[in-house]
Design a protein around this ligand. Structure first.
Ligand SMILES: [Zn+2]
Length: 280
Protein backbone atom coordinates (compact mmCIF):
# COMPACT_ATOMS: atom_id res chain seq x y z
CA UNK A 1 0.00 0.00 0.00
CA UNK A 2 1.04 3.55 -0.72
CA UNK A 3 -0.21 5.98 1.92
CA UNK A 4 0.11 9.75 2.08
CA UNK A 5 0.16 10.27 5.85
CA UNK A 6 -0.29 14.04 6.02
CA UNK A 7 -3.07 15.81 4.12
CA UNK A 8 -5.66 18.47 4.90
CA UNK A 9 -9.21 18.93 3.67
CA UNK A 10 -12.12 21.24 4.42
CA UNK A 11 -15.85 20.92 3.95
CA UNK A 12 -17.48 22.76 1.03
CA UNK A 13 -19.18 25.04 3.59
CA UNK A 14 -15.90 26.03 5.19
CA UNK A 15 -14.27 26.69 1.84
CA UNK A 16 -17.23 28.92 0.91
CA UNK A 17 -16.82 30.71 4.26
CA UNK A 18 -13.09 31.33 3.77
CA UNK A 19 -13.29 35.13 4.12
CA UNK A 20 -15.44 34.89 7.26
CA UNK A 21 -13.09 32.33 8.83
CA UNK A 22 -10.12 34.59 8.11
CA UNK A 23 -11.90 37.24 10.18
CA UNK A 24 -12.64 34.95 13.12
CA UNK A 25 -9.63 32.61 13.42
CA UNK A 26 -6.20 34.28 13.43
CA UNK A 27 -4.33 31.03 12.70
CA UNK A 28 -6.62 30.24 9.78
CA UNK A 29 -6.00 33.77 8.51
CA UNK A 30 -2.23 33.34 8.85
CA UNK A 31 -2.36 30.29 6.60
CA UNK A 32 -5.22 31.07 4.25
CA UNK A 33 -5.69 34.85 3.96
CA UNK A 34 -3.41 34.63 0.94
CA UNK A 35 -5.72 33.69 -1.95
CA UNK A 36 -2.89 31.62 -3.45
CA UNK A 37 -3.00 29.25 -0.44
CA UNK A 38 -5.11 26.30 -1.58
CA UNK A 39 -8.03 24.76 0.27
CA UNK A 40 -9.13 21.27 -0.78
CA UNK A 41 -12.12 18.98 -0.31
CA UNK A 42 -12.05 15.23 0.29
CA UNK A 43 -13.16 14.74 -3.33
CA UNK A 44 -10.21 16.82 -4.52
CA UNK A 45 -7.84 14.75 -2.43
CA UNK A 46 -9.20 11.48 -3.85
CA UNK A 47 -8.60 12.78 -7.38
CA UNK A 48 -4.99 13.56 -6.46
CA UNK A 49 -4.51 10.14 -4.87
CA UNK A 50 -5.73 8.53 -8.09
CA UNK A 51 -3.33 10.68 -10.11
CA UNK A 52 -0.41 9.44 -8.02
CA UNK A 53 -1.57 5.80 -7.74
CA UNK A 54 -1.72 6.32 -3.96
CA UNK A 55 -3.98 3.91 -2.08
CA UNK A 56 -4.94 5.90 0.98
CA UNK A 57 -4.35 9.10 2.90
CA UNK A 58 -4.35 10.22 6.49
CA UNK A 59 -6.65 13.22 6.41
CA UNK A 60 -6.77 16.06 8.90
CA UNK A 61 -8.78 19.23 8.90
CA UNK A 62 -7.42 22.38 10.49
CA UNK A 63 -6.84 23.33 14.14
CA UNK A 64 -9.69 25.81 14.47
CA UNK A 65 -9.98 27.47 17.87
CA UNK A 66 -13.77 27.56 17.87
CA UNK A 67 -15.80 24.48 18.93
CA UNK A 68 -18.56 25.00 16.37
CA UNK A 69 -16.05 25.08 13.49
CA UNK A 70 -14.34 21.99 14.87
CA UNK A 71 -17.64 20.13 15.17
CA UNK A 72 -18.66 20.99 11.60
CA UNK A 73 -15.27 20.01 10.28
CA UNK A 74 -15.14 16.68 12.11
CA UNK A 75 -18.66 15.81 10.99
CA UNK A 76 -17.79 16.40 7.32
CA UNK A 77 -14.41 14.65 7.55
CA UNK A 78 -15.69 11.57 9.35
CA UNK A 79 -18.64 11.31 6.99
CA UNK A 80 -16.29 11.45 3.99
CA UNK A 81 -14.13 8.74 5.56
CA UNK A 82 -17.11 6.50 6.21
CA UNK A 83 -18.09 6.89 2.55
CA UNK A 84 -14.56 6.15 1.36
CA UNK A 85 -12.26 3.83 3.30
CA UNK A 86 -9.22 5.23 1.46
CA UNK A 87 -9.48 8.19 3.82
CA UNK A 88 -7.97 7.64 7.29
CA UNK A 89 -9.39 10.49 9.37
CA UNK A 90 -7.72 12.27 12.25
CA UNK A 91 -10.08 14.60 14.05
CA UNK A 92 -9.55 18.16 15.20
CA UNK A 93 -9.68 18.92 18.92
CA UNK A 94 -9.15 22.01 21.00
CA UNK A 95 -8.47 21.06 24.62
CA UNK A 96 -8.63 24.75 25.57
CA UNK A 97 -12.41 24.63 25.01
CA UNK A 98 -14.54 23.50 27.97
CA UNK A 99 -16.53 20.77 26.21
CA UNK A 100 -13.67 19.34 24.17
CA UNK A 101 -13.66 15.88 25.79
CA UNK A 102 -17.18 15.00 24.73
CA UNK A 103 -16.42 16.22 21.20
CA UNK A 104 -13.20 14.20 21.05
CA UNK A 105 -14.91 11.05 22.35
CA UNK A 106 -17.66 11.51 19.80
CA UNK A 107 -15.07 11.81 17.02
CA UNK A 108 -13.48 8.53 18.14
CA UNK A 109 -16.89 6.86 18.25
CA UNK A 110 -17.51 8.16 14.72
CA UNK A 111 -14.31 6.58 13.39
CA UNK A 112 -11.43 9.02 13.98
CA UNK A 113 -8.09 7.16 13.99
CA UNK A 114 -6.33 9.89 15.88
CA UNK A 115 -6.20 13.63 16.51
CA UNK A 116 -4.37 16.27 14.56
CA UNK A 117 -2.76 18.16 13.15
CA UNK A 118 -2.32 19.52 16.67
CA UNK A 119 -1.39 23.18 17.13
CA UNK A 120 -1.54 23.64 20.91
CA UNK A 121 0.02 27.08 21.10
CA UNK A 122 -2.19 28.44 18.33
CA UNK A 123 -5.25 27.16 20.16
CA UNK A 124 -4.06 28.28 23.60
CA UNK A 125 -3.31 25.05 25.49
CA UNK A 126 -0.18 23.61 26.97
CA UNK A 127 0.78 20.15 25.69
CA UNK A 128 2.38 19.50 29.09
CA UNK A 129 -0.47 21.06 31.09
CA UNK A 130 -3.65 19.44 32.39
CA UNK A 131 -5.51 19.62 29.07
CA UNK A 132 -2.60 18.27 27.08
CA UNK A 133 -2.19 15.38 29.49
CA UNK A 134 -5.90 14.60 29.32
CA UNK A 135 -5.71 14.44 25.52
CA UNK A 136 -2.63 12.22 25.60
CA UNK A 137 -4.29 9.87 28.11
CA UNK A 138 -7.42 9.66 25.98
CA UNK A 139 -5.43 8.90 22.82
CA UNK A 140 -3.25 6.31 24.53
CA UNK A 141 -6.26 4.59 26.06
CA UNK A 142 -8.07 4.52 22.72
CA UNK A 143 -4.92 3.34 20.92
CA UNK A 144 -5.07 6.19 18.41
CA UNK A 145 -2.38 8.45 17.03
CA UNK A 146 -1.57 12.08 17.79
CA UNK A 147 -0.25 14.04 14.80
CA UNK A 148 1.62 17.15 15.94
CA UNK A 149 2.67 20.18 13.97
CA UNK A 150 6.35 20.36 14.91
CA UNK A 151 8.45 23.13 13.48
CA UNK A 152 12.09 24.03 13.47
CA UNK A 153 13.05 26.29 16.39
CA UNK A 154 15.44 28.10 14.02
CA UNK A 155 15.55 29.23 10.42
CA UNK A 156 13.27 31.04 8.02
CA UNK A 157 9.72 32.05 8.87
CA UNK A 158 6.62 31.07 6.91
CA UNK A 159 2.86 31.20 7.54
CA UNK A 160 1.86 28.63 10.14
CA UNK A 161 5.39 27.86 11.30
CA UNK A 162 4.83 28.71 14.95
CA UNK A 163 2.01 27.50 17.18
CA UNK A 164 2.57 23.74 17.15
CA UNK A 165 4.57 21.79 19.69
CA UNK A 166 8.28 22.47 20.14
CA UNK A 167 10.79 19.62 19.73
CA UNK A 168 11.60 19.83 23.45
CA UNK A 169 7.94 19.73 24.46
CA UNK A 170 7.42 16.71 22.22
CA UNK A 171 10.28 14.87 23.96
CA UNK A 172 8.72 15.65 27.34
CA UNK A 173 5.29 14.44 26.22
CA UNK A 174 6.88 11.22 24.95
CA UNK A 175 8.65 10.77 28.28
CA UNK A 176 5.40 11.31 30.22
CA UNK A 177 3.31 9.03 27.97
CA UNK A 178 5.27 5.92 27.00
CA UNK A 179 3.45 3.77 24.39
CA UNK A 180 1.43 6.76 23.15
CA UNK A 181 1.97 6.69 19.39
CA UNK A 182 2.72 10.14 18.02
CA UNK A 183 3.66 11.49 14.62
CA UNK A 184 6.00 14.46 14.63
CA UNK A 185 5.14 16.39 11.50
CA UNK A 186 7.61 18.06 9.16
CA UNK A 187 10.57 15.78 9.97
CA UNK A 188 10.05 16.45 13.67
CA UNK A 189 11.79 19.81 13.93
CA UNK A 190 15.14 18.24 14.78
CA UNK A 191 13.94 15.72 17.39
CA UNK A 192 15.32 12.79 15.41
CA UNK A 193 18.90 13.88 16.09
CA UNK A 194 18.36 13.05 19.77
CA UNK A 195 17.82 9.41 18.79
CA UNK A 196 21.62 9.21 18.90
CA UNK A 197 21.26 9.47 22.72
CA UNK A 198 20.58 6.10 24.29
CA UNK A 199 18.04 7.37 26.82
CA UNK A 200 16.20 9.36 24.14
CA UNK A 201 15.95 6.29 21.94
CA UNK A 202 13.93 4.69 24.72
CA UNK A 203 11.84 7.78 25.40
CA UNK A 204 11.10 8.37 21.72
CA UNK A 205 10.35 4.72 20.93
CA UNK A 206 6.75 5.43 19.87
CA UNK A 207 7.42 8.68 18.03
CA UNK A 208 7.19 8.62 14.24
CA UNK A 209 8.17 11.32 11.76
CA UNK A 210 6.47 12.52 8.61
CA UNK A 211 7.95 14.24 5.61
CA UNK A 212 5.26 16.90 5.14
CA UNK A 213 6.53 19.93 3.23
CA UNK A 214 10.18 18.93 3.63
CA UNK A 215 11.10 20.48 0.27
CA UNK A 216 10.30 23.91 1.75
CA UNK A 217 12.34 23.27 4.89
CA UNK A 218 15.39 21.11 4.40
CA UNK A 219 18.02 20.01 1.91
CA UNK A 220 17.68 17.15 -0.52
CA UNK A 221 19.62 14.78 1.76
CA UNK A 222 17.46 15.37 4.83
CA UNK A 223 14.97 12.52 4.45
CA UNK A 224 17.70 9.91 3.91
CA UNK A 225 19.38 11.32 7.02
CA UNK A 226 16.12 11.04 8.99
CA UNK A 227 15.75 7.43 7.83
CA UNK A 228 19.31 6.77 9.01
CA UNK A 229 18.52 8.31 12.40
CA UNK A 230 15.06 6.91 13.06
CA UNK A 231 14.83 3.89 10.76
CA UNK A 232 12.53 3.62 7.75
CA UNK A 233 9.86 1.96 9.89
CA UNK A 234 9.48 5.21 11.82
CA UNK A 235 9.22 7.59 8.85
CA UNK A 236 6.04 8.35 6.92
CA UNK A 237 5.55 9.92 3.54
CA UNK A 238 3.35 13.01 3.91
CA UNK A 239 2.70 15.58 1.22
CA UNK A 240 0.88 18.27 3.23
CA UNK A 241 -1.66 18.31 0.37
CA UNK A 242 -3.00 20.69 -0.90
CA UNK A 243 0.19 22.63 -0.18
CA UNK A 244 2.04 20.12 -2.36
CA UNK A 245 0.98 17.38 -4.77
CA UNK A 246 0.92 13.84 -3.34
CA UNK A 247 2.10 12.45 -6.67
CA UNK A 248 5.00 14.88 -6.93
CA UNK A 249 6.10 14.36 -3.33
CA UNK A 250 5.93 10.58 -3.71
CA UNK A 251 8.17 10.74 -6.77
CA UNK A 252 10.57 12.99 -4.94
CA UNK A 253 10.86 10.62 -1.99
CA UNK A 254 11.36 7.59 -4.19
CA UNK A 255 14.18 9.43 -5.91
CA UNK A 256 16.13 9.99 -2.69
CA UNK A 257 15.56 6.66 -0.90
CA UNK A 258 16.65 3.11 -1.67
CA UNK A 259 13.71 0.88 -2.71
CA UNK A 260 13.33 -0.98 0.59
CA UNK A 261 13.36 2.23 2.63
CA UNK A 262 10.96 3.88 0.19
CA UNK A 263 8.51 0.98 0.57
CA UNK A 264 8.45 1.51 4.34
CA UNK A 265 8.28 5.27 4.21
CA UNK A 266 5.68 5.45 1.44
CA UNK A 267 3.23 3.02 2.97
CA UNK A 268 4.33 0.23 5.29
CA UNK A 269 5.02 2.51 8.26
CA UNK A 270 1.59 4.15 7.99
CA UNK A 271 -0.03 0.74 7.51
CA UNK A 272 1.48 -0.44 10.78
CA UNK A 273 0.62 2.73 12.59
CA UNK A 274 -2.97 3.14 11.42
CA UNK A 275 -4.02 -0.42 10.56
CA UNK A 276 -1.91 -2.29 13.09
CA UNK A 277 -0.30 -4.71 10.63
CA UNK A 278 3.06 -5.97 11.81
CA UNK A 279 6.20 -5.16 9.90
CA UNK A 280 9.80 -5.24 10.95
ZN1 LIG B 1 2.01 21.20 9.96
Amino acid sequence: MIIDAHTHVFSEEQIAARAVLCGTDPTFAELYADPKAKLATAAGLLTELDAGAIDAAVVAGFAFANSAQIAGQNRALLEAARANPRLIPVATVNPAQPAWRAAAEQALADGARGFGELRPHNQGWDPLGAEGKALCSMAREAGVVLLWHVSEPVGHRYPGKAGGISPVELCRVAETFPTLRMVAGHLGGGVSFFLYMQEMRTILRDVFFDTAAWRFLYDEGSVAQLVAQAGASRVLFGSDYPLLSPKGELQRLRAVLPDAAAASVCGETAETLFFGTEIE
